[in-house]
Design a protein around this ligand. Structure first.
Ligand SMILES: Cc1cc2nc3c(=O)[nH]c(=O)nc-3n(C[C@H](O)[C@H](O)[C@H](O)COP(=O)(O)OP(=O)(O)OC[C@H]3O[C@@H](n4cnc5c(N)ncnc54)[C@H](O)[C@@H]3O)c2cc1C
Length: 594
């Protein structure tokens, strides 16, 4: 069985020491979010996720969701766990007090969400999508819709779903066909079929609020003709009570590789009553506000599964005895040494650890930027935060999910053949995490988004800002001998990222294939720098605390930072060489030659 203990100490390090969260939160007007409250949320959240949610993970995978004549039943234990989640108020941490939320920073909620995802990724999708729908509605719905729907969603009594995909269009949403006809009462009737809708139908909440993308009768072709509509499973009366069933139904659910406890639904809308959210034909723009939240959440799914896989693999590697250490027996009284003595096993474990802890720090920082973007009183600071969030969201989504899949695979490998056997729980992690590279936009599309939309945005302002920020950080620590082993590789990496950015700007202007050919390598290069920055910053804190620390925490931080700089950061060299080699070798073969 996989094991999971929430990494509270590491989360405290990120929040208190790396991000100096309490000071940041105060400056952003989150007066309640004291250091004590941060610790309470982490500690209580950890207990809740370990004891209430984690036990539902295995059974959720074994049983999956069941479909019967339009009804979806979630696996045993999900209803009780969901009720406990809502009653304890975990759904409402970062929602506004105006709608019954607790008004805490997004950054704090994000750390709880990591624990929830680690404990059961499939289960976490139901509250995750509700939170995403909340974010989009808060930004774009009318006051009347907010008043009527948001408080119940914040409580978790009603859940959310997002309905974009149709059988003929996933990435290319410009082709979607679902129609919305205006009605005399100001509402709309929606007709069409969506596929792959997570949490479109289930038995956890009393009502399910779908945000559906559809076309108005006079809409222009393509992505410029898409609008967003709120479509509830049950209509809602003036007084907030549930009315009649709306014209929508679940036609079937998918049988799939992983996250089997999350329902993946075919949804039919037949004269379903809906309300416009945001402006007509600007639905994709409105949906992106939800999707940006979801993208950071999906990036975090990669981390959450990597954490469980790493903990389980370390436990196994300490127990399993095979062969002898290359330097001679470490446990001569045993028939063999534990496999953790072998350099190659350590490679797999340390890769997972170095990337996961770095990713946790990066996710924490990007989440803090989302709080700054929303709340900072200085418009220049808000703009700076907005630029960095825009630039780093595709990086977080794509790289951390790639890393999560790689870590789960490596940690399964540590178990040898036993990793392939169901009862150890490792193969479930590999199956569950895999979808994170595909949904919320396939990772290749995020790489294209970074290169084709985010780099040229505001004449290159976000990427210039990021490079300047990184250079300033390296310069600030340049004289510190103790930090040279961390700052020098980061500085070299930043130079490579700068070269890659300049190369792309020139090459892309000459040949339209270049951005697409370079995109994935470029995204990985930026991600390694972003995570390297987090490691260098972590090291700058740890060097001052390592003496006198009898827990070993800071010593391990430093040794993992060293590992990252020496054995992971050099990948940036290869990525630069690969991406600047150009698109010719990719585009040369005819389609028939493949
Ligand atoms: C379990 C599960 C849950 C899901 N949940 C939801 C949900 O809740 N709501 C919802 O609306 N959707 C949901 N989806 C749909 C998901 O977001 C899409 O599957 C995904 O966006 C990819 O679309 P597609 O499957 O149509 O692939 P396609 O668009 O056909 O793409 C296939 C491949 O081609 C590549 N590709 C396509 N176009 C380009 C391009 N222009 N440039 C480069 N490469 C390209 C892609 O990277 C991809 O790897 C879910 C899917 C699954 C499997």
């Amino acid at each position: 069985m996989a094991i999971y203990k929430a990494p509270v100490r590491d989360m405290q390090f990120v929040l208190h020491e790396l991000l100096e969260a309490e000071t940041e939160f105060k400056a952003l007007g989150f007066d309640e979010a004291s250091s004590d409250l941060i610790d309470t949320i982490l500690e209580e959240g950890a207990k809740f996720c370990e004891s209430v949610i984690f036990p539902t993970n295995r059974v959720g995978d074994e049983q999956g969701c069941k479909f019967d004549n339009g009804h979806v039943t979630t696996p045993a234990g999900f209803q009780e766990a969901y009720k406990a989640l809502c009653e304890a108020g975990w759904m409402s941490l970062a929602c506004d007090t105006e709608f019954g939320g607790q008004g805490l920073p997004n950054t704090l909620s994000v750390f709880f969400e990591e624990m929830l995802q680690s404990a059961n990724m499939a289960f976490s999708l139901y509250p995750g999508l509700t939170r995403g729908a909340y974010v989009a509605m808060k930004a774009y719905a009318s006051d009347e819709l907010k008043r009527r729907f948001l408080p119940k969603m914040v409580e978790g009594t009603w859940s959310g779903a997002m309905a974009l995909t149709e059988s003929h269009c996933g990435t290319d949403l410009g082709m979607l066909r679902t129609r919305a006809e205006p009605q005399e009462d100001g509402g709309f009737h929606l007709n069409g079929t969506k596929i792959f809708i997570t949490g479109g139908e289930h038995d956890l909440a009393e009502n399910i609020i779908h945000l559906v993308l559809a076309r108005l009768p006079d809409a222009p072709e393509g992505t410029k003709g898409i609008s967003m509509f709120l479509v509830p499973k049950f209509l809602v009366n003036e007084d907030g009570s549930l009315g009649e069933r709306n014209g929508m139904s679940c036609g079937s659910i998918e049988h799939k590789m992983g996250i089997r406890g999350a329902s993946t639904c075919v949804m039919n809308y037949e004269n379903a009553k809906g309300w416009l959210v945001g402006e007509p034909n600007r639905g994709l723009h409105a949906m992106f506000s939800m999707m940006n939240h979801e993208r950071i959440m999906v990036g975090q799914q990669g981390l959450s599964q990597a954490e469980v896989a790493y903990q389980s693999a370390v436990d196994y590697a300490r127990e399993r005895v095979q062969g002898r250490a290359p330097t001679g027996p470490k446990f001569p009284d045993q028939p063999a040494d534990p496999i953790i003595v072998h350099p190659d096993v350590r490679r797999m474990l340390l890769n997972s650890r170095a990337q996961s802890e770095g990713a946790r720090a990066l996710l924490g920082w990007v989440s803090l930027l989302t709080d700054r973007e929303e709340r900072h009183t200085d418009p220049t600071e808000r703009e700076a935060a907005e630029d960095l969030v825009a630039l780093l969201t595709p990086v977080v989504k794509a790289f951390i999910t790639d890393m999560g899949t790689e870590a789960c695979n490596n940690c399964l490998q540590v178990f040898g053949g036993h990793g392939y056997i169901t009862e150890w729980g490792m193969e479930q992690l590999v199956r569950d995490v895999r979808i994170s590279q595909i949904y919320e936009g396939a990772n290749g599309i995020h790489a294209m988004d970074l290169v084709s939309r985010k780099l040229p945005m505001h004449q290159g302002r976000p990427v210039r800002r990021y490079l300047e920020f990184l250079n300033a950080f390296v310069k600030e620590h340049a004289e510190d001998q103790e930090l040279e082993e961390f700052m020098a590789p980061l500085g070299e990496g930043v130079k490579r990222l700068t070269k890659a950015t300049e190369w792309l700007a020139k090459a892309g202007a000459k040949n339209p294939d270049e951005p697409g050919a370079a995109a994935y390598d470029y995204l990985r290069l930026m991600a390694l720098i972003a995570i390297g920055h987090m490691w260098a910053k972590s090291a700058s804190i740890a060097v001052n605390k390592v003496d006198g620390d009898n827990t070993g925490f800071y010593r391990t931080k430093l040794s993992t930072a060293r590992y990252f700089m020496k054995r992971v950061m050099p990948q940036t060299l290869g990525l630069l060489a690969s991406l600047t080699s150009g698109s010719d070798t990719l585009m040369a073969p005819d389609a028939e030659a493949f």
